[in-house]
Design a protein around this ligand. Structure first.
Ligand code: PMV
Length: 360
């Protein structure tokens, strides 16, 4: 498929107003997306677990307006008007207008809420942008001349979410999503996320992710600045090749349930992501001392217990602690006894693999 496939035929059904609500989860990458080309095209393929408990619910209300020269919308977070969210949404609307030509014909009210505390350091852009993209697709479905299939609906919603925030395109479905062309995984695309198509061992069912909130402050360097620093990065080419290789290796790991190799790939990916930040120009560090304390304690506990707990990181100081469901009791006890002390105000969130967005 190409971008052109997402440009709709002229709409025929006139609808004056209505509303749609979707809830969409966050996701955590195992092979990381870091570095992009124009139009949010990833520099390398990535794969993520869709989460379950961490999600955004968005109600999009639309009403026809007479003047169709500008975008018109209001945004509310947990019932409070959020004008500081508007520039990001305006940029998103500009990027997707060619694919959603109805955008200037309606006034929108976007009411959104997160299941996790705002300013928890958990990025809400993946869940937020995917929920909004799904609401917009629900409008398109109701005004479109041709019948929109389930498959096209999800692909286009993922395509739109990607234009809002790259990793958001991996949040719509579950439980493992690949985004970015990879030569060993059929039907993968740089334009949208697709379900991982091969066999996955039962040990990965309901895989656990306990998110340790180490630092809830604003990040000093945004993801988009970080992505851009991969242009002219001295290790970029090797890094992009490594991501392809790691994704190839994961195919067998998922099939066989090889947890030791899983741990090696996932932790190496997390540290490589941060190594790229530390070796770009300008360089920066998003980990905090407690991030490193937690990593060291996980390594010690793993060696001592023989359990399969490991960590991954996103673009921040928080630590995602990943472990199989059948080891949850002992691992959670370890987390409570030894790791929670390193979280800001003792805050952490217990999550697990989920199966994607839901229409409400
Ligand atoms: O979707 P963005 O632009 O916020 O970038 C996300 C990048 C990472 O979270 C660090 C990695 C990933 O693949 O999700």
């Amino acid at each position: 498929m190409t971008e052109k496939d997402f440009i709709p035929k002229p709409y025929t059904h006139e609808i004056k107003n209505g509303s749609h609500t979707w809830s969409s989860p966050s996701n955590i990458a195992l092979v990381k997306y870091w570095g992009k080309k124009n139009n949010q095209i990833p520099a390398n393929p990535s794969i993520s677990f869709t989460l379950d408990a961490c999600k955004t619910t968005t109600k999009l209300t639309y009403s026809e307006k007479t003047n169709s020269e500008d975008f018109s919308f209001d945004v509310f977070l947990e019932g409070e008007k959020k004008d500081d969210f508007k520039p990001k949404i305006e940029t998103f609307f500009n990027r997707v207008e060619v694919y959603l030509p109805f955008l200037k014909h309606y006034h929108f009210v976007i009411e959104t809420s997160n299941s996790f505390p705002h300013s928890s350091g958990i990025a809400s852009s993946a869940s937020g942008m995917s929920a909004l993209a799904l609401c917009l697709m629900s409008i398109e479905k109701s005004i479109s001349e041709i019948k929109i299939s389930e498959d096209y609906f999800m692909k286009k919603a993922s395509f739109l979410a990607r234009l809002g925030s790259g990793s958001a395109c991996r949040s719509l479905e579950g439980d493992l999503i690949v985004w970015g062309k990879h030569d060993k995984i059929e039907n993968t695309s740089d334009l949208f996320g697709v379900k991982y198509p091969f066999k996955v061992h039962d040990v990965f069912m309901y895989y656990q992710d306990t998110i340790l909130l180490v630092d809830k402050g604003e990040k000093q360097v945004s993801s988009s600045v970080g992505h851009n620093l991969m242009h002219d990065h001295p290790f970029a080419k090797e890094r992009f090749n490594q991501a392809h290789d790691n994704l190839s290796k994961l195919i067998n790991v998922f099939k066989e349930g090889d947890l030791n190799s899983f741990i090696e790939i996932v932790e190496s990916e997390a540290l490589t992501l941060h190594a790229m930040m530390m070796t770009s120009l300008p360089y920066f560090i998003l980990m905090k001392p407690n991030t490193l304390e937690i990593i060291n304690r996980i390594w010690k506990f793993r060696e001592k217990s023989g359990l399969h707990v490991c960590f991954t990181l996103d673009a921040g100081a928080n630590v995602h602690v990943l472990y199989p469901k059948n080891e949850a009791e002992d691992t959670l006890e370890f987390i409570k006894n030894e790791l929670v002390a390193y979280c800001q105000n003792g805050h952490y969130i217990c999550d697990q693999i989920g199966f994607g967005a839901k229409k409400i």
